[in-house]
Design a protein around this ligand. Structure first.
Ligand code: CAA
Length: 282
């Protein structure tokens, strides 16, 4: 596999825009794709805001940030690239559809990656005719600050594919950890059950919201409490991951907390909807 130079990112939400940003800062030519023009406009503004903060903190040089912004093109439809990364909502049907669209524009050598947090890479790969060039490339929120990329090989992923995306992630300043293609991989097999347990502790009145987050922040030195973190990730995403763990591993210890489900039913999805466990309207 030759070196990756161009990257197409599909989905301009918080993860897709973050991936486009770190890729452009690393010198890749990036196409950021979304069907919703408003979402692309928001993503460009978010990237600009994030780069301004990083320049102010001295974490990125101003000329690097300026050049990065010129390297990101926004598009309504996927365009060919060496690496095409899907970063859409955590919905298996949607991701499978996008994977078929990506394969239609991909070149022979192109790699298709998914930023999925829990959907099996092998299933996405099977929707294409190039399963050896399909891989999981899982970034963490907020992408410009978090140092990890979890690389997940599907059953047929070739060594060359895993090596090429690991090299690209390292060029973006990330450290790579490899995980096998089991439900939730490493990260969400461990993280999201903890968040789900925090929701149970709240539902059962073991502690109130602030006590639960304070215990985990000050007692365990977590940078955010689990309920704050759930709001950052999105409660709908947390619920979707618990469903994948419950179904994929078949163990009742992964049953989603009913309180988490009711918040999602009520549209309380966390920061992105203005309210989750916390209220962000102010
Ligand atoms: N771009 C650039 N700068 C940013 C930023 C962004 N997107 N977001 C925050 N910052 C800046 C802030 O402006 C702030 O800058 P100053 O110090 O100059 O004010 C700095 O980063 C630190 O931010 P804060 O002071 O607000 O807060 P903090 O020190 O607690 O750091 C944090 C913020 C890095 C998010 C930290 O709280 C943290 O690590 N939280 C845990 C995040 C986490 O666990 N993420 C993984 C979620 S799981 C996931 O994403 C995958 C999945 O599949 C579900």
């Amino acid at each position: 596999m030759s070196e990756i130079r161009t990257i197409t990112v599909v989905g301009a939400g918080q993860m897709g825009s973050g991936i486009a940003q770190v890729a452009a800062v690393a010198g890749f030519d990036v196409a950021l794709v979304d069907v919703a023009p408003g979402q692309l406009e928001r993503a460009v503004a978010v990237i600009q805001g994030s780069l301004t903060k990083l320049v102010d903190r001295g974490a990125v040089e101003r000329d690097v940030a300026d050049a990065a912004q010129t390297r990101i093109r926004t598009k309504a439809k996927p365009v060919p690239a060496d690496l095409l990364i899907e970063a859409a909502t955590e919905d298996a049907e949607l991701k499978l559809r996008i994977f078929q669209e990506l394969e239609a524009v991909a070149e022979e050598h192109s790699i298709l990656a998914s930023n999925t947090s829990s959907i099996p890479i092998t299933r996405l790969a099977a929707a294409t005719s190039r399963p050896e060039r399909v891989v999981g490339m899982h970034f963490f929120n907020p992408v410009p600050l978090m140092k990890l990329v979890e690389v997940i090989r599907g059953l047929e992923t070739s060594d060359g594919t895993a090596e090429a995306v690991s090299a690209a992630a390292e060029r973006m300043g990330k450290t790579v950890a490899e995980a096998r293609d089991y439900p939730g991989f490493i990260s969400n097999r461990i993280l999201v059950p903890m968040i789900n347990e925090a929701a149970y502790a709240l539902m059962e009145g073991v502690g109130d919201r602030d006590a639960i987050d304070t215990v985990m922040k000050l007692g365990m030195n977590h940078p955010m409490g689990p309920l704050q973190l759930a709001d950052l990730i999105g409660l709908d995403t947390c619920l979707a991951i618990m469903e994948v763990l419950h179904q994929g591993l078949g163990d009742s210890k992964y049953r989603p907390c009913p309180l988490l489900r009711s918040y999602v039913d009520a549209g309380r999805l966390g920061r992105k909807s203005g309210r989750g466990f916390y209220d962000y309207s102010g």
